[in-house]
Design a protein around this ligand. Sequence first.
Ligand code: 5AD
Ligand code: SF4
Length: 476
Amino acid sequence: MEKELNLYGPAPTEEPERQYYFIEVCKKQVEEESKRLGRPLTFCVTTFGCQMNARDSEKLTGILEQIGYQPTEEENADFVIYNTCTVRENANLKVYGHLGLLKHRKKENPHMKIALCGCMMQEPEVVKKLKESYRFVDLVFGTHNIFKFAELLAESMESGGMIVDIWKDTQEIVEELPIERKYAFKSGVNIMFGCNNFCSYCIVPYVRGRERSRKPEDIIREIEKLAADGVSEIMLLGQNVNSYGKNLDDPITFAELLRRVEQIEGIRRIRFMTSHPKDLSDELIQVMKESKKICRHLHLPVQSGSSRILKAMNRKYTKEQYLALAEKIRREIPDISLTTDIIVGFPGETDEDFAETLDVVRKVRYDNAYTFIYSKRTGTPAAAMENQVAPEDNKRRFDQLLALVQSLAKEQTARFAGTVQEVLVEEVNDHKEGYVTGRMSNNLLVHFPGDASLIGQYRNVRLEECKGFYYMGTVV
Ligand code: 5AD
Ligand code: SF4
């Protein structure tokens, strides 16, 4: 590293300049290695988990492309990165499975580099296990220092050994680093990081740290740039967007942020994720109702229908409060799509509690629901609760819930049959030749005749045939 540092002078101490400096350092190394191999170096970022991780992966990709790596499939990549999730144990186990395969590949191609980052790396037991049994991994970093990726990569290129850098928490938000978007026409935009809610089952507050909001000016500037670059649909991202702005030096509400984003020319659609029911304000409902740009979709995780379980989950609302909120939203914005997350088998859940969950599902008539079996996450309060539910009860409840959710979602989807909806064309349909797929404001998909030239454009489409969870249609 010393030699490199001298080439470029001392590394700047300010961000983001410091990272741009290390991008140059890495670039030089990659150029030399490519020359030696007589071909470009390649990378693959594999993302597990949520939209936040997807956005983080775009940041990693942006930096890697500036360094001179070219994207490829995982099998052929010189540099493999897993951006991990740990919200449920499944996600966690998947990563270990993949690592087993990578170990063999690296034996055959010793020059290969492997990096792990994301939520799972924020768990001390995971890092311990990696250090003990997965020494072939080159670089391990977490969620708080992802902005330091170029610097860590430079360090790793120099050292040859395993580099591990995990921060417990941070107040730092580094702006203006390179990002490579997956889609030309739509983009996620982080508005806040972390979560302060400490739902008792959830590991997110421990791995993503305390809530930090980006300044509205920074968010607006980013969206203006995206719009100038051809993006027309944005998704504002945060673990709990309804509490956006509360801890800023000049506090503002999420509803007010939406009003400002709405003013940005070129942006036609605004989505956001995720809303906590306890913080969803009347002001927000009003802004959504009046807006021409905010999409007719609200993801409102209920988690359970039993007030007793909700209390044990530390969700801070009751069944009745949630139902009243859902009803108010449907009344004010009748064409809205409501979706949710539900956990079955939280410790202590009885058949009576579960019946309350089914009752909420029937009453709200969700347009879609993501259902999960409770997964014990080490370090969370629920993991220490004694009355864990038996796997066979979980399975039975899960199947029953899924069947109900799916049949209601089908009915909900069907209610738009025959209407004309504006869609944003996202991709060529790979199941049916000569068809493209568009997304409606309410998040439903419709397939209709068209070609790649339509991608990124808006069309009015008649919804002709409801196929359960999606439609077939034609442009009007
Ligand atoms: N077990 C099962 N599901 C969980 N979720 C969060 N933590 C757990 C857990 N320990 C679900 C919640 C959340 C979604 C992103 O994941 O429903 O809304
Ligand atoms: Fe987890 Fe609850 Fe925060 Fe969502 S709001 S990330 S479920 S702690």
